[in-house]
Design a protein around this ligand. Structure first.
Ligand code: RAM
Length: 351
């Protein structure tokens, strides 16, 4: 399975990993942190690095990641900073390099900022891939893409058009300014408008606000947006942002449309009472599961990460590596699922 002999992980460094996981990880220790006595020097370890530790989305992705690792018989560890910044992710990557893990899957807070540490990880023989929020193609073997970013970006504004009848300004409440996935979706949203100027002529983009994937900031930013009567629709392409925005909008009692990315389980109440009109999501647990199986295929030399290669991703079956929008390699999980009043209960026990 392993392409090279892994450096010995010393007991002090195992303890250091365990202690930092205990402080940094909000999932129970038993789910993500092995006790030192369970580890052996030749054990294979794959690390999932989330955007930030409070992010329930990252935690769900890790659940799938860990379950695939359990199936394969590999140790899964979960690391994430306390806020969605690249600096802290770089520290985590450097620590993972020092501990010579076998694979790193990362949801990036900033693609450019992570490039040098991830390149170092690759150069030291670690399999590096991104998931959810892509890193630059030079600093990864491939990217695990939840859904076609162009479809998502265009769907946001198409849905905003549907729910507002094409009338009134709109705002975007996004995560951080450097989030590679949100920025890509917003680029396609803008492209859809540019290509259909007539259709969207009565829907000006009034403002982009940044909730930083922080529930409190997302909530207060929504309150701020709601003070502007020109804003008739708010688009929120982040799960943390959407649940906070729904809360703020409901409390305000204002008649503003709301759409975005979110978990049916969290947003069900708001969809049913009309606060939130539509949301999109995909199977986040499967996303993590596919991520771990991709690391395994790379680690076992079944694939190199090149476009056109195929491999079996456990119960998800055969997956093919395809070209992303910049002709770099990616693996797409599937299509996004749209939820509204008609189907909100159908999957709320899963997501
Ligand atoms: C937030 C994060 C994540 C994104 C989801 C939909 O939790 O920003 O990166 O993909 O929303």
């Amino acid at each position: 399975m392993k392409k090279y002999i892994k450096k010995l992980i010393s007991i002090p460094s195992i303890l250091a990993i365990s202690i930092s996981l205990l402080t940094a990880c909000s999932v129970p220790q038993s789910e993500s942190t092995p006790s030192p006595s369970e580890k052996s020097a030749n054990e294979t370890v794959y690390a999932f690095v989330g955007k930030d530790i409070q992010n329930p989305y990252s935690q769900k992705v890790f659940e799938g990641f860990e379950s695939a690792c359990n199936e394969i018989g590999i140790e899964a560890i979960y690391k994430a900073p306390t806020s969605a910044t690249a600096d802290k992710q770089i520290e985590i990557i450097n620590e993972l390099i020092d501990n010579n893990v076998d694979g790193i899957a990362i949801s990036a807070n900033d693609a450019d900022a992570l490039e040098s540490s991830l390149t170092e990880a690759l150069n030291s023989g670690i399999e590096v891939i991104s998931v959810d929020a892509p890193v630059n193609s030079i600093s990864r073997k491939t990217h695990i893409q939840q859904a076609d970013p162009e479809v998502l970006g265009r769907n946001f504004i198409k849905s905003a058009y549907d729910v507002s009848n094409g009338e009134g300004g709109f705002a975007i409440l996004t995560s951080t300014g450097s989030a590679p996935n949100q920025n890509q979706w917003i680029r396609y949203l803008k492209l859809e408008i540019e290509e259909n100027p007539e259709k969207y002529s009565n829907m000006p983009l009034i403002e982009i606000a940044y909730g930083d994937d922080d529930a409190t900031k997302s909530y207060t930013e929504t309150q701020y947006l709601l003070q502007n009567d020109a804003i008739k629709t708010i688009i929120v392409p982040t799960t943390i942002g959407l649940s906070s925005a729904a809360k703020a909008l409901k409390e305000s009692g204002k008649d503003v449309n709301l759409i975005g990315l979110g978990f049916p389980s969290e947003l069900s109440e708001y969809i049913k009472d009309g606060t939130c009109d539509r949301l999109y999501i995909w199977n986040t647990t499967d996303l993590g599961y596919l991520t771990a199986y991709t690391l395994k295929a790379l680690d076992e030399n079944e694939i190199t990460g090149s476009i056109g290669e195929t491999f079996t991703a456990g119960s998800l079956g055969e997956k093919t590596i395809t070209a992303d929008k910049d002709n770099a390699s990616e693996i797409i999980l599937g299509d996004p699922i749209m939820f509204d009043r008609t189907n909100i209960d159908s999957l709320s026990d899963i997501y």
